[in-house]
Structures are given as C-alpha cells and as structure tokens.
Design a protein around this ligand. Structure first.
Ligand code: AMP
Length: 308
C-alpha cells in the first residue's frame, strides 16, 4: 500500500450559499483531501494543527476513515484556523468573508518518522513555508510532490510560494488562481508559464466546468458531471486533489495516461462533495456510489466519431 503524506488545514468553516447557512462546521483543505484519498487503498496521514476548541469527534471522524491523525497537533488553549465564505448565486464565485489563521500562524509541522519515506506528498492549501518545511523533512525526494494553493497565499506570501512551486511535480489550482499567478488570461499560456516555474504537470480546476491537465504540449480535459443538486462547493477543489493523489498513490504510475484517470477520479469525488454542506456527503460515501458515477462519467465523455 502506497504512503501518502498530506499537509493542510483542518479548520472551522462557516459557509453561506443561496440554499442556507452554517455555523462553525468541520472543514479545511487537509480534511477534504484526506476524506477523498481514503476512498483508495492508501496509507494516508495528515500533518496539521488545531486548537483544543475543535471537538475531538472531528479528529476521530478522520481516524475512523483510516487516516493517521497522530501528526495533527492540538494546541492547548489555542484557536483553530477559521474561514468563512459566501457564494454568489452562480455558486462558481465565492467571497471570503474572513480568514483567521489562529494556531496556524505559529505552526512548526513535524513529519512523523514512519511517513518520512512517503512516495506521494500532497501539499494542501496553507502557508508555503509550512509546505516547504514538510518537503525538507522527507528522508529522500518523494516520487511525487503535489501542490495546491490559493489566492490568499499568492497575495500574502508570493516569494515563499514561488520557492515551493519550484520543488513540486504537479500543481493543482483553479482558473482564477492560474491567471493571477501568471498574469496570463489564456489558460494554455498560463500552464506553459507554470511549467517553467517547476511543475511538469499542471492541473487547472474550473469548478462546474471541469478540469484541464497539461503536460508540455499534451492537454486533457475532463468535464464536471452535470448534477441535479449543487448545494455547497466548499472543499470541491481539495476533494478533487484528494481523489487525484489517492488514485496516484494507489496505482504508483505517473504516466500522462494514468494522470488522466486521476483527474477523472478527482472530478468524480468532487461531484459528491458539493451535494451537501461541508463534509456531510463525503462522510458516508459508499464505494458502490463512487463506482456508479464513474460509469456515468465514461458515458458522458465517450463518442464514436468517424474521422478520415
Ligand atoms: P476549496 O473549496 O476546495 O477551495 O477549499 C475550501 C477549504 O479551504 C475550506 O474548508 C477552508 O477551511 C480552507 N481554506 C480557506 N482559506 C484557506 C487558506 N487561506 N489557507 C488554507 N486553507 C484555507
């Protein structure tokens, strides 16, 4: 079984969508990544930090999904990272209302000894210096280092972020972030520029419009499954990343063709995440449901055109 090391936030989220509003619920990049990756045959661990205001049941819930939580530090008297956001009516655009770093501000991540040889490292969204510190603690260069980030870190820690990007094999970001990072409107040009910054593979997520995978001149596009129910897109990007790395850790094959499958698995799992608030839908997702939707994905994208 492949080892997958995940670093990212474990958070309190407060979300408002056109369909409702939540108080503080469990969220965070590492949470969604871990839940999605746990659908695969992988040995996954999360490196993160929370305050003791986070109910222990939330961590137990992750442990029950076979995610190693021993490297989630609990700071006594500390406050957990908090994010709140509000979605516009199209659900594809959201405004961040507040980001409170709290215990994340002084976090020194410690990679557990038994995960220092992980084949795949998923650097989920958080401070790029923390991401870099995790890379530096690895025993040897992992087979794959995958990075996800967002505009918050581009705005506040641009130089540190560029340094981490240099060390990564694959970056997964959304279209708006790819444009911000490169000052290019065309996503093809943006991906080409990101290649020169480090990553061999660039994945650009476009929310309900699917995802693009770039590898030099090769491009692959996966649509998002058209859904009847889209309730709360929070965590969809991280769920995509978790499905993507979960599949890659299980299959241990970094060919372009296998990465295409990883994009489909990521998109498939993200399609569930958006159907309920927060982690609700991922909490009791069944293997059969996942499998059924993969069939739908194949149906949706197959055609038999006659070419000369
Ligand atoms: P996504 O919808 O996949 O882009 O990610 C949503 C998750 O990212 C939420 O659960 C938040 O807790 C988390 N999040 C929001 N802002 C940040 C940030 N600046 N750094 C790390 N995680 C964040």
């Amino acid at each position: 079984m492949g080892k997958l090391l995940i670093v990212g936030t474990v958070a309190f989220d407060a979300i408002e969508t056109p369909f409702g509003k939540t108080d503080k619920i469990l969220g965070g990049a590492a949470t969604f990544i871990g839940l999605a990756a746990s659908q695969f045959d992988v040995d996954a661990a999360i490196v993160s930090v929370v305050g003791d205001d986070l109910p222990y049941e939330y961590l137990q819930f992750l442990a029950d999904k076979n995610i190693d939580i021993s490297a989630i530090e609990i700071v006594k008297g500390g406050k957990t990272f908090f994010w709140s956001g509000k979605y516009r009516n199209d659900l594809n655009t959201r405004d961040t209302i507040s980001t409170e770093l709290n215990v994340l501000a002084d976090f020194n991540p410690v990679v557990p000894e038994n995960y220092k040889n992980s084949e795949v490292v998923m650097l989920g969204n958080l401070h790029p210096s923390i991401q870099m510190s995790v890379i530096n603690q690895m025993e040897k260069r992992p087979k794959l280092i995958v990075l996800d980030t967002m505009n918050y870190w581009m705005n506040n820690t641009s130089e540190e972020l560029k340094e981490v990007i240099k060390h990564t094999d694959i970056i997964t970001i959304n279209d708006e972030e790819a444009r911000q990072l490169t000052n290019e409107y065309s996503l093809v040009k943006a991906a080409a520029q990101i290649h020169t910054m480090g990553p061999k593979y660039v994945v650009i997520k476009k929310g309900e419009h699917g995802a693009l995978l770039f590898h030099n001149d090769n491009i692959f596009f996966a649509p998002a499954l058209p859904l009847e129910e889209v309730f709360d897109p929070t965590g969809a990007g991280d769920t995509f990343a978790g499905g993507f790395v979960g599949y890659l850790s299980e299959t241990e094959n970094e060919s372009f063709n296998n990465l295409k499958n990883a994009v489909i698995h990521g998109s498939n799992l993200a399609s569930f995440c958006v159907e309920r608030f927060g982690t609700e839908r991922m909490a009791n997702l069944k293997k059969e449901e996942v499998e059924r939707r993969l069939h739908q994905f194949r149906e949706l994208t197959q055609f038999d055109i006659q070419l000369q």
